[in-house]
Design a protein around this ligand. Structure first.
Ligand code: IDP
Ligand code: MG
Length: 154
């Protein structure tokens, strides 16, 4: 049975610079994902050390952090059926050259270090990232008249 889940997306500085914020958000809206959090975030070195801890020893780590601090990023909390996996599916593989056509990364980008977007990779990391990037007051639960058509049987 599918689960209603929440997940975290960050629109990276290349998405902002290339005027792709609307195009990317539109893809999530068209899927039916509900935006329950939305804000600019100014990432810090401390936050990025935590967020990208799994890449701490990689040669691209310093460059990745610098890139992520070039501009504010747009943080989104999205809610929907199996939202964590469904959002990763729409985002596509880390390397845009290996991502499937139709995904955000394949359609709109070409380089692994400027791949437009972050999305939580598991349910567990979504829980952690929701806490990392949003306070309780910044997450909004609300009903939409389309909920029954998108999350239910109509
Ligand atoms: P993900 O963003 O698809 O979850 P992760 O492995 O968690 O992929 O990597 C986090 C981010 O680190 C990637 O989105 C990308 O921006 C950057 N990154 C990963 N691998 C490389 C690489 O080989 N070169 C440069 N940047 C990389
Ligand atoms: Mg990741």
């Amino acid at each position: 049975m599918p689960d209603i889940q929440r997940t975290v997306v960050l629109l990276k500085p290349d998405a902002l610079q290339r005027d792709l914020l609307g195009e990317i958000i539109r893809r999530f809206e068209f899927k039916g994902l509900k935006i329950v959090g939305l804000k600019f975030i100014r990432l810090t070195d401390e936050l990025l050390n935590e967020h990208y801890a799994h890449h701490m020893d990689k040669p691209f780590f310093a460059g990745l952090k610098k890139f992520m601090m070039q501009t504010p990023v747009v943080g989104l909390a999205l809610e929907g059926l199996d939202a964590v996996g469904e959002v990763r599916k729409i985002v596509g593989s880390t390397n845009p050259l290996q991502a499937d056509a139709g995904t955000i990364r394949a359609d709109l980008s070409m380089n692994v270090s400027s791949n437009l977007i972050h999305a939580s990779d598991t349910f567990e990391s979504a829980v952690v990232e929701l806490k990392r990037f949003f306070s309780d007051e910044e997450i909004f639960s609300y009903e939409k008249i389309t909920d029954r058509y998108i999350f239910g049987d109509g």
